[in-house]
Design a protein around this ligand. Structure first.
Ligand code: GLU
Length: 474
């Protein structure tokens, strides 16, 4: 049997990490089985669905590079089909018109609650006499005639066997009074028409599954297999929400994460393969199975995500990381026409930066001149004693040709300055660092100077010497 799965988000907001993990599991399951992955946009809730949300979902899927083979299909374009199936069901007797008024339903509910029973429709209109009374004008909803006896049993691919007695299930409304089909019904028709073999979705849908199975059975449709993925919690054990920080996939891009890091993080959040932590995309596909997916909820841990991001910044091809860094550089308004290429920035700052956003911020002095030295750093390192080392290192750096402007030659110049003045490297390196970067921390000073370039370096040393002189005058 050829595997066919789908990711079926409702476009009512951004693609959040929970949805992205469900999409990832479904995608991995499909790719592992060499099946077909469908993207279906469940946009029947006209009030809550927006075109921006559809775009955000597609943007998120693209950024994570979770490619789909069919779709995106839109439920709003399939209303004729839903109508057709409803009519068939009415004819076949597996659906019926319900004329009950709101008042009657409300009263029924109150009575049931008073008796301590679960509120559910009592099947009042489910008899032939009521159905025959329809003249074509009375407002009504359509209900699914759920089996009265027996139970629905399915083997959840993640949670094992689940059985629900039919008497627990309502005669579900499948078409509202205004003629619009309801959510559970559209899902069923879609899964059937799209020949979905495996439904992998969030556990918040577990109650829908027996209802959907009953409708599929009534239609004589083959049943897909179902797997329900557990929730993601915040680090405080509560359901993950905005107050825990970023929950939207694109927010992670904005915050400087690589898609590889987020995918690796999400795959491990509720799934394991021995004690392996780092997975390439190919490894995820190769090793992913649903029986290794956890049944319990998983807690989001930003520290671990940061750790993975740091890992990927340093282990992926620097050219590739630089492409992602470019986005942040542009967002932060850098003029990249003067300054080092981004591959060298990745190599230089990878060690000390956990996110690309931080990297883009940290390398500012490689592209832009700064107006002031950081006050603390200047106070500590741009003192009168630093004047001589700065003058000497400037002299030595001036001698280096553009062609020889390499980390090693710069290092050598710093070393020989320190030797000639009989001081430690730090007595030259620190003033030099503050002079060229304006701040007290940077990657190794020789490599930083190499990246900043000769003319900028020299003029910044001049500026630092002038600063020292002006201060000494006061
Ligand atoms: N549209 C549903 C949601 O976004 C998913 C339905 C399903 O996967 O069956 O939660």
């Amino acid at each position: 049997m050829k595997v066919k799965t789908r990711f079926a988000p409702s476009p009512t907001g951004y693609l959040h990490v929970g949805g992205a993990r469900t999409a990832l599991y479904s995608w991995l399951y499909t790719r592992h089985a060499k099946g077909t992955f469908v993207l279906r946009i469940e946009d029947t809730d006209l009030e809550r669905s927006t075109p921006e949300a559809i775009e955000a979902i597609i943007e998120g899927m693209n950024w994570l590079d979770l490619s789909w083979d069919e779709g995106p299909f839109y439920q709003t374009k399939r209303f004729d089909r839903y109508e057709q199936v409803i009519n068939q069901m009415i004819k076949a007797g597996s659906a019926y018109r319900c004329f009950c008024s709101k008042e009657r339903l409300e009263q029924l509910r109150e009575e049931q609650m008073a008796k301590g029973e679960k509120a559910r429709y009592d099947g009042h209109c489910r008899c032939e006499s009521v159905q025959k009374s329809y003249t074509g004008n009375e407002p009504h909803v359509i209900r699914f005639a759920n089996p009265v006896d027996g139970s629905v049993l399915f083997n959840d691919l993640i949670r094992g066997p689940i059985e629900i007695a039919n008497k627990e299930l309502d005669d579900l409304i499948i078409r509202r009074t205004d003629g619009s089909p309801t959510y559970n019904f559209c899902v069923v028709v879609d899964d059937w028409d799209m020949e979905i073999t495996h439904v992998i979705r969030g556990e918040d849908h577990i109650n829908n599954t027996p209802r959907q199975i009953n409708i599929l059975k009534a239609l004589g449709a083959p049943l897909p297999q179902y797997g329900h993925v557990s929730m993601i919690l915040g680090d405080d054990g509560q359901k993950l929400s905005k107050r825990h920080g970023a929950v939207s996939v694109m927010q992670y891009r904005d915050d400087g994460y690589l898609p590889e890091a987020l995918l690796n993080y999400l795959v491990r959040l509720g799934w394991s393969h021995g004690d392996q932590e780092i997975f390439s995309r190919e490894e995820m596909i190769e090793f992913f199975t649903l029986d290794a997916v956890s049944r319990s909820a998983s807690a989001f841990n930003t520290e671990k995500l940061l750790w993975l991001n740091h890992h990927y910044i340093n282990h992926l091809d620097a050219d590739y990381v630089a492409q992602h860094l470019m986005w942040h550089m542009q967002k932060q308004g850098y003029d990249l026409s003067h300054g080092p290429d981004l591959v060298s920035i990745v190599k230089l700052y990878g060690e000390r930066c956990k996110t690309l956003k931080e990297m883009a911020e940290s390398c500012a002095y490689c592209y832009n001149d700064f107006s002031d030295f950081d006050a603390d750093a200047a106070k500590k390192h741009l003192r009168l004693v630093a004047k001589e080392p700065l003058e000497l290192i400037k002299h030595k750096l001036t001698q280096i040709s553009e062609l020889d402007w390499q980390t090693e030659t710069i290092h050598h110049a710093i070393q020989s300055t320190a030797d000639e003045l009989s001081v430690g490297m730090g007595k030259v390196g620190m003033p030099l660092r503050v002079a060229v970067t304006g701040i007290g921390q940077s990657p190794s000073v020789d490599a930083t100077i190499q990246a900043i370039g000769k003319s900028r370096t020299l003029s910044r040393i001049d500026k630092a010497i002038n600063y020292i002189l002006a201060r000494a005058d006061q």
